[in-house]
Ligand binder design. Structure first.
Ligand SMILES: [Zn+2]
Ligand SMILES: [Zn+2]
Length: 333
């Protein structure tokens, strides 16, 4: 389908090349400037070490699937398409020979890139996290090994999807966009990674990727815009409550910092409310209840709900000395 749609454009730049041939003996053949992946005029060309050249977007997508290999000749290729320099001379030639087509290709590639950037593999876990949270994972399942390999060779992002039932995604689910800060591959293929949760997203489409032993993918939109209105008094009251807990329960603060990250400043109430929600989720071990905290689009509502959950928590050192440690850090199944 894609190919059929693309044929007229291929013809376009080939016809234009034919016209150039008529007027100049040292002309550029259209085939010389055709990307072997999309069969269109090459756009933002990237030349990999084996000498093959592709559009940046085409290479980006191809390398998601065949990690560290040239999509044309399979030679080893350690190129990072998102940041690799464009072959400037070739780009200038393409632009000069086919100005109209090149402009069109730039537009298309921008759209493709946007679409691509809103598509990510999914990591399911039965715990709720929030923007700003740290995430430590030990990945050993085959599908997540595929995921991490693809992520580190592309934009380092994946969707963390809290799920308490079937580890399946559906349209409308709330997920969290995670960015991989550090990743260590163990000799047997397992991976240890540190990631940061960036923001909430809404799943708009989902599928299982072939040949990945069950790796789910989704397309997503930004989440609903937040109503940031807060009652300062309420904010200060919860803040006091949390710091009171830190004073009462030895070691709690360090544990929290280790698991979800430092407490953000109160001058950023939205971020602080997410941190609070993560804190409450952890100390109350209330993953499922926390889903409503995750879905809240009002900062004030998140504060209110968190406060309510917090008042029900029994912590070691407070009123239940034997309730043990707070939740362990997530590990893949
Ligand atoms: Zn291409
Ligand atoms: Zn090659």
């Amino acid at each position: 389908m894609e190919l059929e749609k693309d044929i007229p454009r291929v013809q376009d730049h080939k016809l234009a090349a034919a016209a150039t041939t008529a007027s100049s003996s040292a002309s550029i053949e259209a085939d010389m400037l055709t990307c072997p992946l999309c069969l269109n005029l090459v756009c933002q060309p990237i030349t990999v070490p084996c000498g093959h050249t592709f559009c940046r977007v085409c290479l980006y997508m191809a390398m998601q699937r065949s990690k560290k290999k040239c999509p044309n000749c399979r030679a080893v290729c350690h190129v990072e398409p998102a940041s690799h320099a464009v072959n400037v001379m070739l780009a200038q030639i393409a632009q000069k020979c086919f100005p109209k087509q090149y402009e069109q290709r730039l537009l298309e590639s921008k759209q493709e890139q946007e679409k691509f950037e809103s598509t990510s593999p999914i990591f399911f876990y039965n715990n709720c996290l929030f923007p700003g949270c740290l995430l430590h994972l030990h990945l050993f399942e085959q599908r997540y090994r595929h995921m991490i390999n693809r992520c580190v060779s592309s934009n380092r992002k994946f969707i963390y999807l809290p799920n308490f039932t079937d580890y399946k995604a559906k349209t409308g689910d709330v997920g969290l966009l995670a960015y991989i800060d550090e990743c260590e591959f163990l000799p047997d293929g397992r991976a240890l990674l540190k990631a940061t949760i960036q923001k909430r997203v809404k799943v708009t489409n989902t599928w299982v990727e072939e040949g990945t032993q069950g790796l789910h993918y989704c397309q997503f939109h930004p989440y609903v815009e937040e109503d940031k209105t807060v009652d300062e008094e309420e904010l200060n009251a919860v803040h006091k409550q949390v710091n009171g807990l830190f004073n009462h329960v030895p070691g709690l603060k360090d544990q929290i910092v280790h698991h979800i990250g430092k407490q953000p400043p109160l001058t950023n109430p939205v971020l602080w409310s997410f941190w609070l929600a993560a804190f409450v989720t952890m100390v109350s071990r209330s993953g499922v209840q926390s889903m409503s905290l995750l879905k809240t689009t009002k900062t004030s509502e998140r504060l209110k709900q968190s406060k309510r959950l917090l008042s029900q928590v029994s912590l070691p050192g407070r009123n239940n000395r034997n309730s043990g440690q707070a939740a362990a850090e997530p590990m893949a199944e």
